[in-house]
Design a binder for this molecule. Structure first.
Ligand code: C2E
Ligand code: CA
Ligand code: CA
Length: 658
């Protein structure tokens, strides 16, 4: 237990007060001692007193001797002593003896009278031979001698009395100082003990804090589930590995690993099983990495993301083989909670010689490679290439420029003609978004639509293209239709029905001439929501097209899932027509089914007259492709319209390339 700070402070203050008091007492005692030393001079008073008595006695004795002999030598002796006594009386009236005389007023009176008597006679001593003088002197001596004897004798007892007073005071003050000293020693001891205790508690607190901090740092550096170093620990080790000064291996390889199918295990077998699986994966990686060297580290970055750092030339030379081994190892079945589970992994790898590639960030590079790998398909290894970083930077740039592009009107539709496959008559346009970037130039939708999809910008972009397309199409001849693409992001994030209703109302474009195109991916991810929204849109009189049929998982079952107005056969399918005989049979079957279900069939990406001829034969209704016109800006559309009206034919040369 530690003393509260205020108590501790009070004890310290008390000690200082006691110390001050003892100091003061000590000074007082020193002063008192000085005073007593001064007063010890009072012993002089005793001596002076007895000296005076003796001198007077001597004077009287000499006087008797003279009276007996009458010799001039004895007279001279008497004379000398008379002057000594006179000097003594003067001496008695000065300094400490004077203080002593003044101590008792009656003594002062007696002394003054005696001195006056003696002073009165002192001049007479020169005429000692005169008997009258002798008689006077004897009389005076009889008067003065007893007084001097008394005063001289009293001086001793007075000194004894005064000195005993001083001694009493000294004893008293010494006793006081002794008590104070004991007090101070006591307080000092208490203070010392308190401070020792306080110190020990502080040391204990400091140790506890250090231990807690170490605990936190351990927690902060390790993934609680797998016990592997976490992202923080990895980046610390990685930064150390990147330090070119330390003389360690200069070559290193980073493997960013993402598990495939982990989510399914989590969803199907529960989170506990998911945790067990992560622990098993961590164990396998740890075993592999510990075999391969000292400077290596395997860490879990979170979720099902692991990162491995291998150092040394051998690791870099074999990085692809190593990545393959990791895939194989992680792909072996696991037994989790008595179920056998199989998952895969996708890996992005980056290698670096830190002595040369100073500007590189291999961790970021491995991540970029992993993203590329995931985009290409799962269960593969992709090694980083510089173009990936350029693409990443460009993507970042487009992402940040997208908002202002929409605000500035840099994104707007081009229009690609759609023609009647039989007559070649223009029947409508598909509005296709274009971005005219002030610095990067024209940007294709395949690049910026996916970026917009990842943010809410797709909502704004969709509204913008639909609004512009509907208002620009208002001047098209009334027989022409306009198709606009609707994306997944819009369906999920926007109130599509409200938005379309508003656009139609504000532009005045007839719902009956508008087609909205959706892809099957939407039907796959959100079938119920999509079906509900599409049904409402159809209710407004709008046509709904199933776009990109023939890519991805296209299945004939989708045709029955919703009451589509239009089916757009993808360019990939059309491309195959010349080379793959079965494509024709498939297209014929699809067109047949779609027609039976009451759909218009549009063939996309028609580039050659041969394709056109085959599609025409297969029963398609409408064709769209470079053969009939590329997507073109609205000004070009106006010219195309004029020509088409004049000639009654599409003009393949009047197209705009981007
Ligand atoms: P999509 O809807 O399938 O559009 C048809 C794409 O095929 C267009 O590419 C068009 O230029 C291209 N194309 C048409 N005929 C030919 C041909 O004969 N040969 C070749 N090689 N290509 C042909 P684009 O304009 O680059 O658009 C690509 C995709 O971007 C579109 O595919 C569509 O999915 C998406 N997109 C375009 N505009 C928008 C939009 O406003 N909103 C949304 N959500 N997506 C859009
Ligand atoms: Ca389309
Ligand atoms: Ca398409």
């Amino acid at each position: 237990m530690r003393l509260p700070t205020t108590t501790f402070n009070l004890i310290v203050i008390a000690s200082f007060v006691a110390l001050g008091a003892v100091g003061w007492m000590h000074t007082r005692l020193a002063t008192a001692t000085d005073a007593s030393v001064a007063r010890s001079a009072r012993y002089d008073v005793t001596w002076t007193g007895s000296a005076g008595r003796m001198e007077m006695l001597e004077l009287r004795k000499l006087m008797s001797d003279f009276l007996a002999s009458g010799s001039p030598e004895d007279a001279a002796q008497v004379n000398l002593y008379a002057q000594i006594v006179e000097g003594r009386l003067a001496n008695w009236d000065s300094g400490l003896f004077r203080e002593y005389i003044d101590y008792a007023p009656e003594r002062r009176i007696e002394f003054d009278q005696a001195r006056a008597e003696f002073g009165d006679a002192v001049t007479e001593f020169a005429n000692l031979q005169d008997p009258a003088v002798q008689a006077k002197i004897l009389k005076k001596l009889d008067l003065v001698a007893p007084v001097m004897d008394l005063i001289g004798a009293d001086a001793q007892s007075h000194t004894v009395m005064v000195n005993s007073g001083i001694r009493d005071q000294l004893v008293h003050e010494q006793r006081l100082q002794k008590y104070l000293s004991f007090g101070l020693i006591g307080v000092g001891t208490v203070l010392l003990l308190v401070m020792m205790h306080q110190n020990r508690s502080l040391e204990r607190a400091r140790r506890a804090a250090r231990e807690a901090a170490m605990g936190f740092s351990d927690l902060a550096h390790h993934d609680g589930l797998t016990g592997l170093p976490n992202r923080l620990a990895f980046t610390t080790a990685f930064d150390a590995a990147m330090d070119t000064e330390d003389g360690g291996p200069t070559m290193l390889a980073v493997f960013a690993i993402d598990l495939d199918g982990f989510k399914a295990v989590n969803d199907l077998l529960g989170h506990a099983a998911g945790d067990d699986l992560l622990v098993a994966v961590a164990d396998r990686l740890r075993r592999m990495v510990s075999k391969s060297g000292l400077h290596n580290i395997v860490s879990r970055f979170g979720g099902d993301e692991f990162v491995v750092l291998l150092q040394g030339e051998a690791a870099v030379a074999r990085h692809e083989a190593i990545a393959g081994e990791i895939l194989e190892e992680l792909g072996r079945p696991y037994v989790i909670q008595r179920s056998t589970v199989a998952i895969g992994a996708t890996i992005g790898v980056s290698v670096l010689d830190r002595a040369r590639d100073i500007a590189s960030n291999p961790l970021l590079d491995a991540d970029l490679a992993l993203n590329n790998a995931k985009a290409l398909g799962k269960g593969i290894v992709v090694t980083f290439e510089p173009s990936m970083r350029r693409d990443f930077e460009r993507r970042g740039r487009l992402e940040s420029d997208l908002k202002s592009a929409l605000g500035n009107g840099d994104i707007f539709p081009f229009y690609q003609p759609q023609v009647d496959i039989e007559t070649g008559q223009l029947v409508g346009f598909e509005a296709l978004a274009r971005w005219n970037h002030p610095e990067l130039g024209w940007i294709a939708p395949n690049e910026f639509i996916p970026i917009a999809e990842t943010s809410s910008q797709i909502v704004e972009l969709g509204r913008c293209i639909l609004t512009t397309a509907c208002s620009q199409a208002m001047v098209f001849p009334g027989t022409l239709r306009v198709s606009v693409n609707l994306s997944v992001g819009q369906m999920l994030r926007d109130d599509v029905i409200g938005m379309v209703t508003d656009v139609l109302a504000s532009t005045g474009f007839p719902a009956g001439r508008l087609t909205l195109e959706v892809t099957e991916s939407l039907m796959m991810s959100e079938p119920e929501l999509t079906a509900r929204i599409l049904k409402s849109l159809k209710g407004l009189g709008i046509s709904i097209a199933l776009d990109d049929f023939g890519t991805g998982y296209s299945a004939l079952s989708y045709l029955r899932q919703f009451d589509w107005d239009e089916l757009k056969i993808d360019k990939l399918f059309v491309d195959d027509l010349g080379n793959e005989p079965r494509s024709l049979s498939i297209i014929e079957a699809v067109v047949d089914l779609a027609s039976q279900l009451g759909m218009r069939v549009v063939a996309e990406g028609v580039e050659t007259t041969e394709q056109h001829a085959i599609l025409r034969k297969s029963g398609c209704h409408i064709a769209q492709g470079y053969l009939f016109g590329r997507p073109q800006p609205i000004d070009e559309v106006h010219l195309t319209l004029l020509r088409s009206l004049a000639a009654g034919e599409p003009d393949p040369d009047r197209t705009v390339s981007i």
